[in-house]
Design a protein around this ligand. Structure first.
Ligand SMILES: [Fe+2]
Length: 203
């Protein structure tokens, strides 16, 4: 099965998005959405989401559109872009509500979580199988490189501790094993401790 694409990075990233929005809702439910660590967690979440969706919109969907021939597949790619576009105003309006000291942050956080959750599920259930059917592992590695270029070293220094946070130890070890040893070392000595010190989402 050497020609099967491994979507691990996609799944761990999606899971981290879900985890963060659950934390946002929990903080807002407790009336703590304006605390500094919760705000920092929210900013970190938005940075990751922006990178993830931009590279999908700019790199992934257009390349898929060149290969997908059937109308259903093309409609799905349109859905993916439309769902991303629908999230942007929700993020902006949460920010506005946060800045204005609104009292309905918990409702907004849950709505955001529901909309993002439906999009991620749609992508996982329909877009990933479509990708699997028209792309090769080599194409997928090129997508990974596009993502890495967009993130840069600074982005990677945030993404790796962010996605591995809360992962069961065996899964984390398996996940990190795919990266070069020097990067694992830098992560262990520098990036992960720095990430932990930020204490994101604490309230
Ligand atoms: Fe995705």
């Amino acid at each position: 099965m050497t020609d099967t694409i491994d979507f691990t990075e996609m799944y761990v990233t999606h899971d981290a998005f879900r985890r963060d929005l659950e934390r946002l809702a929990a903080a807002a439910d407790a009336g703590k959405a304006t605390g500094p660590e919760v705000r920092a967690g929210w900013e970190a979440f938005k940075d990751q989401l922006l990178v993830h969706h931009s590279v999908e919109d700019e790199w992934l969907w257009p390349r898929l559109a060149e290969r997908v021939k059937d109308p259903e597949g093309l409609a799905l790619l349109g859905d993916m872009e439309a769902e991303h576009a629908r999230l942007d105003p929700l993020l902006a309006s949460y920010d506005e509500a946060l800045a204005a000291g609104a009292t309905d942050l918990a409702v907004r956080a849950k709505e955001l979580g529901a909309v993002l959750g439906r999009h991620l599920e749609h992508e996982e259930e329909e877009a990933l199988p479509l990708i699997q059917s028209v792309m090769t592992p080599q194409d997928w590695r090129a997508f990974g490189r596009a993502m890495a270029r967009r993130q840069g070293v600074r982005g990677a220094s945030n993404w790796i501790p962010w996605v591995t946070e809360g992962m069961p130890q065996a899964e984390r070890r398996r996940f990190l094993a795919k990266f070069p040893a020097p990067l694992r070392l830098v992560n262990r000595l520098l990036w992960a401790p720095r990430y932990r010190r930020r204490n994101l989402w604490a309230f």
